[in-house]
Structures are given as C-alpha cells and as structure tokens.
Design a binder for this molecule. Structure first.
Ligand code: FBP
Ligand code: MG
Ligand code: MG
Length: 341
C-alpha cells in the first residue's frame, strides 16, 4: 500500500485549484458558525441547473432549441427558446430544492410564490443573459441574487421580502457559457470562480479569491447609442479613446463583466432616449454583479450612487449601470458630475 502524504499547496488556502464546488461549499460553510446548510444546498441546486442549461447551450445549434419562442416577455422583448428553457430549468431546481420561498425572474411577469412554508430564501434570476447572442454562438450567461426573506418563514410572502436593496444579498453569482463554462459567486467572503469539466460533470475551483485590477485599458459600451448619451458619458468615452483604451463589447453583460473583472476595465450601459432608466434590470442583473464587483475590490454605480444602495420599487425596474475597475468607475462619476456643473 502506498501512502500519499497530505500536502496542502503553498497558497495557504484550505482549498486549492482543482477542489470541487461541492467540497468548496462545504469548506466555506464553516466560515459561517450559524450556517444550517440551506444556503449551501441552494448553491448546489443552482450549479445543477447550470450544468443542464450548459448542455442545452452547447447543442443549441444541433437541435431545434435555437431561435425565437414566439412570445414577448414583460420587458416587451421577444423571448428566445433558450430563455424559456433556462427559466424552466432554474425554476425547477429552485422549487425542488426546498430552500426557496419566492423567485423573481426576468422571464416571469410577477413574483413566483413557491408556497414553501420552510423556504428561507428569495432568488432573483436572469436565466439567460445575452439572449441576442444565443443563435450566433457568442458567450451567454445566467445571473442570480439570493436574499434571506425578511418575514417569518412560513408566513405569506410580503413586498419587503422581495424589494430588498442589493446590500442585503447573502449570495450572488453568474454562470458564463463560453469557450469554457464557469460559475463565479460570492457569499460575502470574496469571489471564487469554478470551471466546468464536462467529462466529469463537475465544477472545479479554477479562479480562487478573484481580485479585480484597480484600473484597466478596456471599455465596454454599445457605441451605437452614442448620439443619445449625456455629455458626461460622451466625455468619458472620448477620454478612453484619447488614452487608446481598447473597445470590447460582446452584447452579453456577463461576458463583458467577467472579462473586465479579470483583466481590468469598465462596462457602461447609460440611460438613453430609448432606455431613459438604462437597460439593465436592478433585481436580477445589476445587484448580483455589483455585489461580486465590490467583493472583488471593483465598483458598481448608476452614475451617482452605489447600485447596492438603490431601494427597489418595482420588480423589473431598470438602472443605468457602470461597473468594473474601481478607479475607472470613479472616473465616470467624476465626468458625470463635471458635465452637470
Ligand atoms: O443590445 P444592447 O442594447 O447593447 O444590449 C445588450 C445588453 O442587453 C443584455 O442582453 C440584456 O440581457 P438579457 O439578454 O438577459 O435580456 C445584456 O446581456 C447586454 O449587455
Ligand atoms: Mg440579462
Ligand atoms: Mg435574460
């Protein structure tokens, strides 16, 4: 019999690259002395649904799940088949798991009350982000926010359980279905990224303790709406050009956010005439990414205030979003302020 000495790697982390998501969740749970395992199980449920959606995305071109579904969602956007499939898959995993009492989804007009008398958590989810890229094989994603309900478990779901500010999140994350599939999340103790190993069907820790560079040379904005931007945004983007920054915009928020989180950069979706409050949705897009950004040392604002401090007033409300490297976000705020003087 050969004995292998237990040799944790030199990183000093209790877990090293290659640790499975399951094991990582278990290890991290010990960070929370009063943890009961429910949040851990909820994260596992989300990872399971992500694996199923990953399978669907990788074969979208081969099967008839590409293309439009033929219905319009509450946002007035044409739903893609994969929007609907991803929504069903996450709804099922979240309702079957038993930890969730209510769900807010981009693809559902109203709150889904799961009538689950023991569910502690509320989940807000964008089941498929970057829908316009589904049929053209560009990276797409899923975005999720998790809150603890405010009212007593078992009692009726009230507005205060749903309309919580982003700073109340207990966990948030995204899945990126790209050249590789990744799950990146935080529970308030840093940000970690896991890469999916198809043949083993497991997520493995690949990006421990992600820290965003303080600044960068990449800006991500849809320049097609430039004529509708306010002066401050125009001035900021022109400065990026003067400094010869690279323009990188995929049309998938998760993909642009992820690149900029790792490489340094900024994603901008300002208010425009077409979207006077911006395009991105506060509850299931901006809040989750803002929590991750801040946990990685980056920032997220609507141009004037921290996204995480915005008190929601409606389920599908939109917000301008500027998120990425801290110094770049502060710069945008400075330009917006200066343009108002
Ligand atoms: O086409 P536009 O106006 O640039 O908008 C692109 C943005 O809209 C989104 O597609 C909105 O998300 P959904 O695809 O989930 O609706 C973002 O992923 C992306 O950054
Ligand atoms: Mg989206
Ligand atoms: Mg979506």
């Amino acid at each position: 019999m050969r004995i292998l000495p237990y040799a944790p790697d030199q990183s000093g982390l209790a877990y090293s690259v290659g640790t499975t998501l399951d094991r990582f969740i278990k290890l991290k749970q010990s960070d929370f002395p009063f943890a009961s395992g429910e949040l851990s199980q909820l994260l596992r449920d989300i990872a399971l649904a992500a694996k199923i959606v990953n399978r669907e995305t990788t074969r979208a071109g081969l099967s008839n799940i590409g293309g439009a579904f033929g219905q319009v969602n509450v946002q007035g956007e044409e739903q893609q088949k994969l929007d609907v499939i991803a929504n069903i898959r996450f709804m099922r995993a979240l309702s079957k798991g038993g930890e969730v009492c209510a769900i807010v989804s981009e693809e559902e007009d109203s709150v889904i009350d799961l009538q689950n008398s023991s569910g502690k958590y509320v989940v807000a989810i964008d089941p498929l982000d970057g829908s316009s890229n589904i049929d053209v094989n560009i990276s797409i994603g899923t975005i999720f926010s998790i809150y603890r309900r405010k009212t007593t478990v078992g009692s009726p779901i009230l507005k205060e359980d749903i309309m919580q500010a982003g700073r109340e999140q207990v966990a948030a994350g995204y899945v990126l279905y790209g050249s590789s599939t990744m799950l990146v999340y935080t529970t308030g103790c840093g940000v970690n990224g896991f890469t999916y190993e198809n043949s083993l069907g497991e997520f493995f820790l690949s990006h421990p303790d992600i820290k965003a560079p303080e600044t960068g040379q990449i800006y991500s904005v849809n320049e097609g709406s430039q004529l509708e931007w306010e002066q401050g945004i125009l001035d900021y983007v022109n400065q990026c050009k003067r400094e010869k920054f690279s323009a990188r915009y995929t049309g998938s928020l998760v993909a642009d956010f992820h690149r900029n989180l790792l490489k340094g950069g900024i994603y901008l979706y300002p208010a425009t005439e077409k979207n006077p409050s911006g395009k991105l949705r506060l509850l299931y897009e901006a809040n989750a990414l803002a929590y991750i950004a801040e946990q990685a040392g980056a920032k997220a604002t609507d141009g004037h205030q921290r996204i995480l401090d915005i008190i929601p007033t409606s389920l599908h409300q939109r917000t301008p979003l500027f998120t990425g490297s801290a110094k770049m976000v502060l710069e945008v705020e400075k330009f917006l302020k200066a343009s108002k003087v």
